[in-house]
Design a protein around this ligand. Structure first.
Ligand code: PLP
Length: 386
């Protein structure tokens, strides 16, 4: 049989899936596992959003919408940028997508020539390099660490940029590290990319999930940046598959053609549901939950440090702690396996997030409630003898 296209060989599976499968097998045997490997909020979608979806479905709003999304939702997102960030973005530049994944797909489909290179932070969100590869581009993993707050910098761009480079993709807050880019850092990155006539894509999927400081949006930095966002994390709608892409004006027509052909349109019930996401009633629920996540972070970070994990990155946002586990084990994959099998705690080994010192690192997600976090810490303490 003719083999699958060669590029499939460059698409890696999620290693954490192996752990997850093992966790599920242990649970099937009656073992209790604390899940700290999960990259989605544990809160259910806020009730006003669910009610809006139910009303839309009951009213027969189940037909295709325009490819770029419901006009009233695009406007609601534009209004949100104005009220939350004080940034004016015309609704016509906002494209509603199937999650941030759909937004990344459209942006990279629009901008990636075969062989063109994209600079990505390592460690970083694993799917990014695969999006680039699917469009026959070349992902360039740029090692980042504590000196640069685990983010790309103008100096790193200067070092890694070459003739074939199309642009850079950053995330703030980032996965797996939770670090933020400040307004001045975003400006410096945008200037460095502009100077080279490239594109800057900024993934803001964890916006709204920062604790103590607000995240500046890259949209305040210029109209030539591409911004990716989603209803998955702050709005707690992972399974609804809805997000958006803010597109620089000159590329709108190309993105529209791609959206029409690749997706036809985003989910109609999900879009009607999302109209309720910006209502004051929903925002109050979301802000309450943000405070809960912040309290979990404040509990878990010092607790893990007492157990011998070292916080490798300042946990400023998202819901992850990126920890150096090298004082506890030489290989974080083996450690993660051991913690699962023997302590009943699931966390994600560094291997999933890149090639830069993965064996030293693990990601703990605080997407489970306080009592379960305390249970996890107690189990880890017993297992590690601390
Ligand atoms: C940094 C980052 N970008 C994009 C995504 C994709 O999210 P979704 O497609 O659910 O919006 C994720 C999911 O975990 C993520 O962590």
């Amino acid at each position: 049989m003719r083999p699958a296209a060669r590029r499939n060989q460059d698409i890696a599976p999620f290693h954490v899936m192996e752990l997850l499968a093992r966790a599920q097998a242990l649970e099937a045997q009656g073992r209790d596992i604390v899940h700290m490997e999960v990259g989605e909020p544990d809160f259910p979608t806020p009730a006003p959003i669910v009610r809006a979806a139910q009303a839309a479905i009951a009213a027969g709003k189940t037909y295709y919408t325009p490819a770029l999304g419901l006009p009233e939702l695009r406007q609601a997102i534009a209004d949100f940028y104005l009220s939350r960030y004080g940034v004016q973005v015309p609704a016509r530049r906002i494209v509603v997508t199937a999650g941030a994944s759909g937004a990344l797909t459209l942006a990279l489909a629009c901008l990636t020539e075969p062989g063109s290179r994209w600079l990505l932070a390592d460690p970083g969100y694993p799917c990014n390099r695969h999006f680039v590869r699917v469009f026959e581009g070349e992902p360039v993993a740029v090692p980042v660490g504590p000196d640069d707050n685990f983010q790309l910098t103008p100096a790193l761009l200067a070092r890694h940029w070459d003739e074939q480079t199309a642009g850079a993709l950053v995330a703030s807050p980032a996965n797996p590290t939770g670090t933020l880019l400040s307004a001045s850092e975003l400006e410096a990155l945008a200037a460095a990319v502009r100077e080279r006539d490239g594109h800057l894509l900024v993934d803001e999927i964890y916006h709204g999930l920062s604790y103590g400081q607000d995240c500046p949006s890259a949209l305040a930095t210029g109209e030539d940046l591409w911004v990716i966002n989603s209803f998955s994390k702050y709005f707690q709608m992972t399974g609804w598959r809805l997000g958006w892409l803010v597109v620089p004006e000159p590329y709108l027509r190309d993105v529209e053609k791609l959206a029409q052909n690749l997706f036809i349109a985003p989910s109609t019930p999900a879009q009607h549901a999302a109209l309720a996401a910006f209502a004051p009633e929903t925002q109050a629920i979301l802000e309450e939950r943000r405070a809960i996540l912040g309290a979990r972070r404040d509990y878990l970070a010092p607790a893990l440090e007492r157990l011998g994990f070292r916080l490798a990155a300042r946990p400023e946002g998202a819901f992850y702690l990126w920890c150096d586990s090298s004082a506890l084990a030489a290989d974080s994959f083996q450690l993660a396996t051991r913690l699962l099998e023997e302590a009943g705690v699931a966390a994600t080994p560094g291997l999933d997030f890149g090639q830069h010192q993965p064996e030293r690192h693990m990601r703990f997600a605080y997407t489970t409630d306080q009592a379960r976090l305390e249970e996890a810490v107690a189990r880890l303490g017993r297992h590690l003898g601390r």
